[in-house]
Structure formats: C-alpha cells, structure tokens
Design a protein around this ligand. Structure first.
Ligand SMILES: Nc1ncnc2c1ncn2[C@@H]1O[C@H](COP(=O)(O)OP(=O)(O)OP(=O)(O)O)[C@@H](O)[C@H]1O
Ligand SMILES: [Zn+2]
Length: 505
C-alpha cells in the first residue's frame, strides 16, 4: 500500500518517495500578516496540518516549516493607517494567528521563520544570482532576468510569451518599476528604500526584499537545497512558486522540491476569499458565532483538498451536522465505557490505567497494540487516504464507526445491553479515536457526569423548549449547540415524531 501524491509540477499522481528514506522536509507558504486569518487560510492550514499528521501516522519523521511574510506593502499601509509600525502590526497578527490556529487544533509547525529575520540569507541568495548572471541591479532595485532561466514556466505551464502578452496589456509605461526592468516579465528581488519606509542594508543600497525571494531563502536556510514537499494555495502557482523555482534552482542547479502540492481555494460566490478583495469571514468571527472549531475542520476535510469549495451557511451547517455524528461516536467511551465494564479485566491496561477514565486518549500509532484499533479498519482508512490524501474517503470509515457506536449507545440506553460485545465496541471506539486524531478531530467530555444532577427536570425541559424554538426558526447552529451542551451535562435527547424525549446518562 503506497502513498501517491498529485504533483503540480508533473501534472500527475506519483508514488511518494522522499530524498531521505523515512524523513519528510515540508515547507508551506504561510500568511502575510496584516489582518486576521480568514477561512481560506483556515483551509490551507488545516489541509497541510492533516497532510503532516498523516505522514507522521504512516511512520515518517516530518520537519514542517511555515513562514510569516512580515514585510510587504499591505502591512506597511495598515501601519500607516494606524500610525503604527510594520513590526507592531506583524506581531499583533502573528499572535492572532496562533490563537486562531490553536482553536482549530492546528499543530504548531517545527519552525516559523519570518522574512525580517532572514535578511542575511536573502541578500546572500540575491548576490549569488547576480554572480551567476541571473540578476541585475537597476537604480537601487535588483531584478531577476527570467530569460536567463530556460525552464521558466515549467510549474505553471505558462510560456514567457503568454505572460508577456498578459503583461503587455497591463503595463503602465510610466511605472518607474517597468522602466527599470530589462524585460517586462522580470521580477524584483530587492526594492530600493522609499522615504519613511523600513529598510535594510544591502550591497545595492538600503531597501527591502521582494516577496518571492524570501521563501527561496527560508527554504534553503531551514531545510536545505532540495525538499520533499513544497505546499501552498493554488493561487501561488504563478507567479510565486514559479519564481521561487527560478531563484533557487538557478543557484543550486538542483530541484527545489520533489513534490509541489496546492490546496484549492475557498470561494465566496465563485470568487476567491481574500483579504485584498474584502469578501472574507474571519476564523474568529465564525467561531465566536458558535460554530464548533471541529465543524470547521470537517468543512475543510469533507472536500478533496485540491478542489475549490464554496463557503456558505449550508456548507457550515452540513459540516456541523457531520461533526455532531462523529462527536457522539468519539464520546461513546466516556459515556458508556464504565457501564460496559471497560475498566474491568484490564481492558484499559494498555493505556496505563486500570479503571475507566476519559484520559489519557489512546496513543497515536498505526501499530496494533494489545487492545487496539482494528487493523482491517485502519487499513481501509489508509487505502483511501493513500490516494493523494483523499480525506473525504477516509472520513467515510470514521462515519461508519461513529454511527455504529451511536446506534449501540441508543440500544444500551433503552435495553440495558448492546448487540455488539463490549470488547468489540472498545476496539471500535479506540479505532475511531485514533483515526479522528490523525485528522485532528478531537472531542472532549468537558463536564463531569455529576453535573446532570445539578440540572433540574424543569431546567432541562426549558432548554428543550428553547431548542425547539430555535429549530422552528431554522437556527440550527443554536439548536445543535443546546443539544451538545445538554449532552456534555450528561443528558441525551432523542428526537421522534412525537417530540423530544430525554434521559440522564
Ligand atoms: N481563499 C483561499 N482559499 C484557500 N487558501 C487560501 C485562500 N486565500 C489564501 N490562501 C492561502 O493562504 C496562504 C496565505 O495567503 P495570503 O496571506 O497571501 O492571503 P490572501 O488572503 O490571499 O492575501 P491577499 O488577499 O492579500 O492576497 C497562501 O498559501 C494562500 O495560497
Ligand atoms: Zn512562498
């Protein structure tokens, strides 16, 4: 069973083979920090988080580097608007980035280099390009001469003539940058300082780096000359990644990355969700409206990572419903484990605890342990995901497990016993928890069970009425939230045509 990966460079799905066996070096072009992250960023960060988690799950050691672009015109504009500095703006939104990603359960990268901390690497690279005849200075700027790099266009499939024709329609002959270039397709590696702008010393005078060169320098500094996966959104294929290849490969003579992987865009009414376009919903706005962070993860993972997805209320609602199903399965052990006798007979011995307790969760490991995960189900999951990270295919396996556990939970509540043996249920639950963690999906039993005793029958009935009103008003986010809150207090609701029944767990 081998992993195959769609490589934008070859336009094919290829078997995954790393430079160094068992190790993956991965770089993701991260955010330009001048605003809060939106759902497009959430998608990119979740997709690469899960790719990384999956690679670890199948046994790779992964070094994952993600940059912050902290020098850019847009950051500078915001700093001017707020009478602040570029550094203050960048620091504020980097802090916000970490807060948002923690809520979404995105694991921290191995390293987060910043452009402004990589100035030596950047100027060194430009210098080498100049020495090799790929770059030329012009009035304090430095440009990359694309005609010197015969392979220019190999990633995006664009021919220089096409992009020139495109540029020809758009160039402004008065634009000072255009006048400094030898060829309209050339791009800036270094820009001379303008008055009142932050600037760094360089052999070409004071200035700041262009956007593309920072990634070439950071990859080289942190990961080396050839990495395994270079990732980013599909909007970066041209010109950003094309230019990164031109810069890095001209200097090293080696491929910059074995695999080029791109996530599809989150769109709104058919257009890319983007800070520049202003059509975005921030992660924090959505979560503060009560959408579960795990539903956001599911919204992302329910689509193949390369296809575009539309952000709509219905899509988020669908993901929320999906999450509620998975969550019921994930909480099964916490709700019924003790009653099913899982603490007895050493069932949980492998977890270092002889009595049932919600923690620790089963270890993240693909290897069968004495009580664990059902190998044939893990295999089905891997078979799906090995096909170019087909997470929706993997999710089918999780939903099957969750639905079965939910069904058994209901049977247990009504009949006092289950159809499937407790041992088998334990294994199913372990498998579900293990696979869900590979996708970063985790549910917590936040409230102790005794809390259910604190809610009176009248209070529970009032909550159910509130939920009913929300459903009539089609406010399903609220109605689901009430149901989840009750579940966390140890109260299960059962909907039927006659109305809603409830019981304490
Ligand atoms: N709508 C989107 N859907 C999926 N990925 C996105 C989306 N927007 C940005 N990304 C990805 O997020 C990362 C950071 O992007 P960046 O900070 O340039 O955001 P942006 O919103 O596109 O900014 P701008 O609007 O200023 O171009 C990149 O890898 C980019 O491809
Ligand atoms: Zn980049």
């Amino acid at each position: 069973m081998t992993l195959t990966v769609y490589n934008t460079l070859s336009r094919r799905q290829e078997p995954f083979e790393t430079v160094e066996p068992g190790k993956v070096k991965m770089y993701y072009c991260g955010v330009t920090v001048y605003d809060y992250c939106h759902l497009g960023h959430a998608r990119a960060c979740i997709v690469w988080d899960v790719v990384r988690r999956y690679l670890q799950f199948i046994g790779y050691e992964v070094r994952y580097v993600q940059n912050f672009t902290d020098v850019d015109d847009k950051i500078l504009n915001r700093a001017r608007q707020e009478h602040s500095t570029m550094e203050t703006i960048a620091d504020r939104f980097i802090k916000a980035y970490f807060e948002d990603m923690a809520r979404l359960n995105v694991k921290e990268a191995s390293e987060y280099p910043r452009a402004t901390h990589t100035m030596n690497g950047i100027t060194r690279l430009i210098h080498e390009l100049e020495n090799k005849g790929y770059a030329y200075p012009s009035n304090g700027d430095v440009y990359y001469a694309v005609r010197q790099f015969p392979e220019y266009g190999k990633l995006s499939g664009r021919k220089l003539e096409d992009s020139q024709a495109g540029a020809g329609g758009r160039v402004d002959l008065e634009d000072p940058e255009y006048q400094k270039k030898k060829d309209p397709s050339d791009f800036a590696l270094w820009k001379a300082a303008k008055p009142d702008e932050p600037a760094w010393e360089s052999p070409w005078g004071k200035g700041r780096p262009g956007w593309h060169i920072e990634c070439s320098a950071m990859v080289r500094d942190r990961l080396g000359e050839t990495i395994d996966i270079h990732a980013g959104g599909s909007d970066l294929v041209f010109p950003h990644h094309e230019n990164e290849i031109a810069q890095s490969e001209a200097v090293t003579g080696k491929p910059l990355s074995r695999y080029w992987m791109h996530n599809g865009m989150v769109k709104v009414d058919g257009e890319k969700m983007s800070k520049s376009l202003g059509n975005f919903t921030t992660i924090r706005d959505l979560l503060d409206r009560g959408v579960d962070p795990m539903a956001v993860r599911l919204f992302v993972l329910m689509a193949q990572y390369r296809t575009p997805i539309d952000f709509t209320d219905e899509a988020i609602q669908g993901a929320t419903n999906g999450w509620n199903t998975l969550k019921e399965g994930l909480l099964f052990g916490y709700q019924y484990g003790e009653k099913l006798g899982w603490g007895q007979g050493g069932l949980l011995g492998g977890l270092g605890d002889n009595s049932f307790s919600p923690s620790p969760l089963p270890p993240l490991s693909p290897l069968p342990t004495p009580h664990s995960p059902l190998p044939e189900i893990i295999e089905r999951f891997q078979e799906a995901v090995n096909n170019d990270f087909n997470f929706p295919g993997g999710l089918i396996v999780l939903f099957e497990l969750a639905k079965e556990l939910r069904r058994e939970g209901n049977i247990f509540v009504h009949e006092g016993k289950t159809e499937i043996s407790p041992l088998e249920l334990f294994k199913q639950w372990q498998t579900l928890v293990t696979l869900a963690r590979v996708l970063g999906l985790e549910a917590e039993m936040k409230v102790e069970r005794s809390v259910s005793d604190n809610l009176s029958d009248a209070e529970i009935e009032a909550k159910i009425q509130e939920r009913q009103d929300a459903r009539i008003a089609k406010n399903f986010v609220l109605s689901d939230r009430i149901r989840d809150e009750l579940l966390q207090c140890g109260i299960t609701l059962i909907d039927s045509r006659e109305g809603t029944r409830w019981h304490r767990n």
